[in-house]
Design a protein around this ligand. Sequence first.
Ligand code: GLU
Length: 547
Amino acid sequence: MLDRALVDSLFPDDLPDPGHWESRYPPRELPEGAHVTRFAPSPTGFVHIGGVYTAMVAQDLARHSGGVFFVRIEDTDKAREVADSASQFARAFAYFGIEADERDPDGPYGPYLQSERERIYHSYVRELLREGKAFLCFATREQLAAIAEEQRAVKAQPGYYGRWAPWRDASQAEVEAQLEAGAPFVVRFRAPEFTGARSSFVDLIRGRIEQDDNRNNFVLLKASDTRPWLPTYHLAHVVDDHLMRVTLVLRGEEWVSSVPVHHQLFDALGFERIPYAHVAPLLKQEGSSKRKLSKRKDPEASVDFYIATGYPRDAVLAYLRGLANGRLADVPVAQALAEPLTLEDMGVTGALVDTAKLASIAKDVIGAMDARAVSDAVSAWAEEFDPEFASVLRADPEYTVRVFYVERGGAENVRKDLAAWSDARAAYGFFFPSLFALVTDPADERLGRIDPEEARAVAADFVEHYREDEDRDAWFAQIRELAVRHGYAPGPAELKAEPERYRGPLRVVATVIRVALTGSSRSPDLWEVARVLGSDEVRRRVGALAG
Ligand code: GLU
């Protein structure tokens, strides 16, 4: 064990003792059963939907128990850090309604950036060193690689332990010599003597888990020569979650195997252990098998995909809540959003991400919105992702709202054609003359099986007799009259009664008008379309086909 003077010489004189932090961050006064949870992303420049998923569950458990949820940015890996990650997080969290209950760096439990908590970690590491529960390790990269090589050769478990832990029991003199030579070092945890015993804990999602106990003398503080002198995840997790008074750690399943490490550290520091819930990763169906949603292969792994596609937040949240708790998968969206999530309902195997299911929820969500809300949301989306469409929408705001009113006026005939804001241009773009390509070719395939000459004649006749009408039936009567003038049946009953008398069904004629007005043989209600376009535009479009 190193003497105290040597240990203390490694740290600034004014570094406080752990007691200081204990009183700086006192236990929280919260109602019985309140959960304090956190989301602790690393700023690697990519916000994974699985992160939002875990954060959403953590936030929900805190909210519904009268507790606290916060976000702590784990920026201790300076090499992997990406410059604008902070703004990426901000954008993703804002979109998905992930809102920390506390964020003030000077507040009772701040700061929330690990790089700003360096002194705290140092206090605890100094304490562990003073107590002989940690040691300095001067092993070079090459020496560690040689150890790993030898372990492979003799088929020993990898790690820094037993005879492969050269600095664990180094003498004070050996350490002093290295320090004097200015050799860089890391601080390692002195793992308890390995007895071969198994380590066991109860995971709040996965139940009892038994695994080998830890024997590795893992790193607590990374290389001393790369200031800031930052902690490893293991140390930062234990110290922060203790001092920030977290009551429940929700994190990815990949951390299950580190629990023995973390428990040893909690115990060595004299902290109470914190319950864990390890969340299974989201999966993707690939052929007949399932695999983890991949950052490299699957666009839907990134939150940017949901934002850029323009799925409404409530739809994505309701969908994710259904993945978290299967009982919420098939209930109305409002209920899925309101009902508390529970850990008991979380699956041990990962949930499958299915964008088709998300799209169907999104159609319901958008279908229930009023025209103005849809118009506002589409406009806001377009400002960022489709500037050309945005400027068209912006040019005449009243017209834009009327467009989105089509089939959104009443309760029964709600349109469910949009799953995302990016669908809007294809579905509604035709309303805007500057985005609409006139249909001028009478042989155009979209017009269906009608003779080109006949199509021209129908269009010309329509324009000649066109009248706008406040009444839907009266408006459609003119399409029927048009059909009859050209030898088509006025309706299905007539056609059925005397098939030989007609050249075909009314639909053939209606399709000509529909395609001329909308560019597609599938469109919203024609009368509503015509009312929004106005009679001049109706005549211009159909007239273009008349030649
Ligand atoms: N920064 C860690 C990660 O992104 C956090 C794990 C945790 O929540 O403790 O995996």
